[in-house]
Ligand binder design. Structure first.
Ligand SMILES: Nc1ncnc2c1ncn2[C@@H]1O[C@H](COP(=O)(O)OP(=O)(O)O)[C@@H](O)[C@H]1O
Ligand SMILES: O=C(O)C[C@@H](O)[C@H](O)C(=O)COP(=O)(O)O
Length: 339
């Protein structure tokens, strides 16, 4: 058992809110992006990746977002539909706004980065009156990606969704998801992140993302325990702080904390881990697992994704993650992941 109570009488398990974009990952790796000639097109966008991850784990998934009214928007809608994700709340941009594009640079076995084209994009044109209260009332949880707070009208639409969730006891999972490219200033980012973090039930973010969110609240950077106490104090039930290749820590409002180390893999790119982590962790919570079990599941899925070329298509099924954990424990010992 864990400390999150989801209402079982809901149509959906999770409805992510935010961007679904396209990742263009180079086929020629270990060279600068300037030298890449061919790319593989994947669904992308952190909340979009998480939706695919949860659908692959056979959760009932919806989505609230906006895509371009062109072939790329068609690709996204069709891909989500083919993964079994409900697309009834996917809106189309009406004034020529484009779908976000993310180019990944896989520079070396240990260095990768992303180049995001996000000017005039559709996902930040989601309007408050495009948020269905009934849809939010009918899901166990919504997952808000912090980038949806980066500009109006998406910002106001996101806060309307949070208010509907609070009104109907729909759990709020806040994935901080900082993407500098989309914000005007770090102070602006901190203001809106802190407002959302005071409304959520679960917060997932990297140490750096929490530092940014807390930068207007405290005078110096906090350690993980101080951060967790702060956001648990605002009413969150679980705070997850990710440390990249050094693993992650979860704190719960019953006073416990859990450390999880990353599973050893051959790294291909440093992206995709967070989205796989979030989808598999949420799966475990919804299965009623202990927090440490859910963390281990998330950590395993994350490791599988950082060793993969995509951040969505490679999202694993339940049995694939279980087999991965089993093999790693045979190779490295029972406590391979638990700190
Ligand atoms: N090199 C790695 N090897 C194995 N697992 C990794 C590696 N890098 C990240 N991960 C896993 O992915 C999780 C999320 O990665 P992180 O970089 O912290 O978040 P994000 O991908 O959202 O930026 C980590 O907590 C860890 O479990
Ligand atoms: O989130 C984006 O807009 C970029 C994603 O499409 C890309 O797959 C990625 O960077 C995933 O990042 P993660 O948050 O490290 O999983």
């Amino acid at each position: 058992m864990n400390n999150i109570e989801f209402d079982p009488n809901r149509t959906f398990d999770v409805v992510p809110i935010g961007r679904v974009t396209i990742d263009l990952n180079p086929n020629e790796i270990h060279r600068p992006l300037e030298e890449s000639r061919t790319f593989t097109k994947y669904l992308g966008g952190s909340p979009g990746n998480i939706a695919v991850g949860l659908a692959r784990l056979e959760k009932k998934v919806g989505f609230i977002g906006k895509v371009s009214d062109d072939q790329f928007g068609n690709f996204i809608i069709n891909y989500l539909h083919n993964e079994g994700i409900d697309t009834s709340q996917m809106k189309r941009a009406k004034n020529g706004e484009k779908l976000g594009l993310t180019f990944t640079e896989i520079l070396s076995p240990t260095e990768s980065s992303i180049l995001m084209y996000r000017d005039g994009i559709a996902d930040l044109e989601l309007f408050p009156d495009e948020i269905s209260e009934d849809y939010i009332r009918n899901t166990k949880a919504i997952l808000l990606s912090g980038t949806a707070l980066a500009a109006s009208p998406s910002r106001e639409a996101a806060f309307i969704a949070l208010e509907y969730a609070k009104k109907h006891n729909t759990k709020i999972i806040f994935d901080i998801d900082y993407r500098e490219y989309t914000w005007k200033s770090k102070k602006e980012t901190a203001v809106y992140y802190a407002l959302a973090g005071r409304m959520s039930d679960i917060i997932i973010g990297s140490r750096e993302e929490f530092n940014l969110m807390e930068s207007i609240i405290c005078f110096k950077e906090s350690n993980d325990k101080e951060t967790a106490d702060r956001w648990l104090g605002y009413g969150n039930k679980i705070v997850v702080i990710k440390h990249g290749k050094d693993g992650s820590t979860a704190y719960t409002d019953d006073g416990n904390n859990y450390n999880i180390k990353p599973f050893p893999v051959d790294l291909l790119k440093s992206f995709g881990g967070g989205d796989a982590y979030a989808s598999a962790f949420i799966y475990g919570l919804m299965e009623g697992w202990e927090v440490i079990e859910a963390l281990e599941f998330g950590s395993a899925s994350a490791a599988m994704l950082v060793a993969s070329h995509s951040c969505s298509e490679a999202m694993p099924k339940v049995e694939e993650i279980k087999e991965f954990i089993k093999k790693k424990k045979e190779e490295y010992g029972e406590m391979v992941a638990r700190g």
